[in-house]
Design a protein around this ligand. Structure first.
Ligand SMILES: [Zn+2]
Ligand SMILES: [Zn+2]
Length: 363
């Protein structure tokens, strides 16, 4: 099968013929219909998230189950699934406590580029290839069965459903699980990329008033079409603008979906007294950001990190919200590229031309 392989940081990907091993215990082999291109992949391509090449990136997809390994229940060949980048082992302390997005076994293997059993599944002329949380920029992938959720027939033919596996799952975790957003809350979303705009949709879906904060006029226009008020950080003081839109109070919940010193700082300053700042934008591993402690202390701000959400608990809810028309990935996804156009798809994301380019290995 063909896969997009990264041979070295900051090098173009090359499409290669790769052998894929049969699924081991509690794993599945899937045929990828469509996969999203995400900023977390860019971090891997640049080495800011240090998974050693050679590797196959891609961590959100819509795919067809081809084969199930021993011990897999509830999935069968032919099922269409969303694959997520969270792989719960189901047995560790955090999985048992209902926090399977923080699975201890998963966090041990995440940057090693292997599956939960520590094994490689892709080989090029006998050389093992690593994967970044799925390796779905390929015609086929092997994943833990716990990482996927079945799509209903009505959504199975839509390539944009790939976005549910990272962008919308992450947004759901940030808005609902970590942000605790409810009807009537004022939510500021800082960042208008895939996760930011998915968070705008999710916060609207649960009945919040949403303010989108960003600097790309095209993406802000899209946020406005999604029903958000907008603040352009290049036109005046964004903290003042959010205060002006909230009667001087600030936002009840701020979702920080960029991951820079500047945006973390503005997110804290935008929060209302007693408010919550949800950090979901990643920074390079090891990078730190200063925080205005006097404000956090005196205004009783809660700072909370948010990593994905639970594929077996939350992903079915995300799918249900899409089914009922409350979330619309089709407004954010595209254009669609062939696998051999992978470097163009990456460039479309990097340049800000596309919110979520989609790669379709079957087209
Ligand atoms: Zn992602
Ligand atoms: Zn676990």
């Amino acid at each position: 099968m063909r896969a997009a392989v990264l041979w070295g940081y900051n090098k173009p990907l090359s499409v290669e013929d790769v052998d894929v091993a049969k699924p081991h215990e509690e794993e599945i082999l899937v045929r990828v219909k469509a996969a999203g291109v995400c900023h977390s992949d860019l971090y891997v391509l640049e080495g800011a998230t240090p998974v050693p090449p050679p590797l196959v990136p891609g961590h959100e997809a819509v795919a067809v189950v081809e084969e199930v390994g021993p011990g897999v229940s509830g999935l069968a060949p032919g099922d269409v699934v969303v694959t997520s980048f969270i792989w719960p082992c189901g047995r560790c302390r955090n999985c048992a406590r209902g926090m399977e997005n923080l699975c201890e076994r998963f966090s041990e293997v995440r940057l090693k580029g292997v599956l939960l059993d520590g094994e490689h599944h892709l080989f090029l002329k006998g050389q093992p290839l690593r994967v970044f949380l799925g390796g779905v920029w390929a015609e086929a992938a092997v994943l833990p069965a716990t990482a996927v959720s079945r799509l209903p027939k009505s959504l199975a033919d839509r390539p944009e459903m790939a976005m549910l596996g990272c962008a919308f799952l992450t947004a759901y975790g940030a808005v609902v699980n970590s942000g605790g957003v409810g009807p009537g809350d004022v939510v500021a979303v800082v960042g208008t990329g895939g996760v930011g705009l998915a968070a705008v949709q999710t916060a609207k879906a649960v009945g919040a008033k949403v303010i989108a904060v960003g600097r790309n006029p095209e993406k802000l226009k899209l946020a406005k079409e999604l029903g958000a008020e907008i603040v352009n950080t290049r036109e005046g003081d964004p903290v003042k603008a959010v205060r002006d839109l909230t009667g001087g109070r600030g936002a009840d919940v701020v979702i920080e979906a960029v991951g820079s010193e500047e945006t973390v700082d503005m997110s804290v300053e935008m929060a209302a007294a007693g408010g919550r700042v949800v950090l979901v934008g990643l920074m390079a591993v090891g990078k730190k950001a200063p925080v205005h402690i006097a404000k956090v202390v005196r205004a009783g701000i809660t700072l909370v990190g948010s990593y994905g959400a639970r594929p077996r608990v939350d992903l079915p809810k995300v799918i249900s919200l899409v089914e009922r028309g409350l979330l619309k990935p089709e407004e954010l996804a595209g254009p669609i590229y062939r696998l051999d156009q992978i470097n163009e798809a990456v460039e479309a994301l990097r340049s800000g031309k596309a919110v979520r380019p989609i790669v379709s290995p079957t087209s």
